[in-house]
Design a binder for this molecule. Structure first.
Ligand code: MG
Length: 213
């Protein structure tokens, strides 16, 4: 086999609800801890709205969630592993997540447990972290630009829209209440599962080969 000297295109991959069954884990914890009756269909990243509580109560619960290290127990998507393993020979795979610094250690450990040896770098955007001196809150689109990502796989329309505007090809991942009926911009494709992700990249490589790239 002839090894290419060209550097591999970069795929930035989100964690929550793309690699981890996060909304499911979240609502299970909420139901147990606060007696809610939420399902994944009810999940909303605006937690106060989802719970019907004020911001104070949301903050209190957020601390409970961070302290309980809930993210450690999230299930991973088994079907992602063979796809990522195959993609790895053609692409540089990196993590881009909006997760808070509060759970950085748990996030790294979790990735190492479930997706060992797959990702070349892990970037936290710090999107929800307090702004400190010398630190910078980045949007995922900014982060994608900074790290030179060619592709983004993310379940959140807002991240896909923003990243597609700066020239990143975006795969809007999964079949969730928050991304089901959304429109699709140029540079964006809806993929329901990891099989469709693989199909997209197979076709993408064929297309580029035809164009002689
Ligand atoms: Mg996500």
């Amino acid at each position: 086999m002839v090894m290419s000297t060209k550097s591999k295109p970069v795929i930035a991959i989100d964690v929550d609800d793309v690699l981890a069954d996060s909304a499911q884990g979240f609502v299970e914890f909420s139901n147990q801890r606060w007696g809610t009756h939420l399902t994944v269909e009810d999940y909303d990243e605006r937690w106060s709205k989802m719970w019907g509580v004020d911001i104070e109560e949301e903050r209190r619960r957020a601390h409970v969630i961070y302290n309980a290290k809930v993210v450690k127990g999230f299930k991973h998507f088994e079907e992602a592993i063979p796809v990522l393993t195959r993609l790895k020979s053609h692409y540089k795979l990196v993590i881009t997540t909006s997760r808070s610094k509060f759970v950085e250690k748990e996030t790294l450990e979790w990735l190492n447990t479930h997706y060992a040896g797959i990702f070349e770098a892990i970037y936290l955007s710090g999107f929800y972290d307090e702004l400190k001196e010398h630190s910078h809150k980045q949007t995922k689109a900014e982060l994608c630009q900074k790290i030179g990502a060619n592709y983004l796989i993310d379940d959140h329309p807002k991240h896909c829209f923003a990243a597609s505007e700066v020239g990143v090809k975006c795969l809007l991942f999964g079949d969730y209440s928050w991304n089901r009926n959304t429109s699709i911009a140029n540079n964006m494709k809806k993929v329901l599962n990891w099989k469709e992700v693989e199909k997209f990249f197979d076709e993408e490589r064929k297309k580029l080969q035809k164009q002689g790239k």
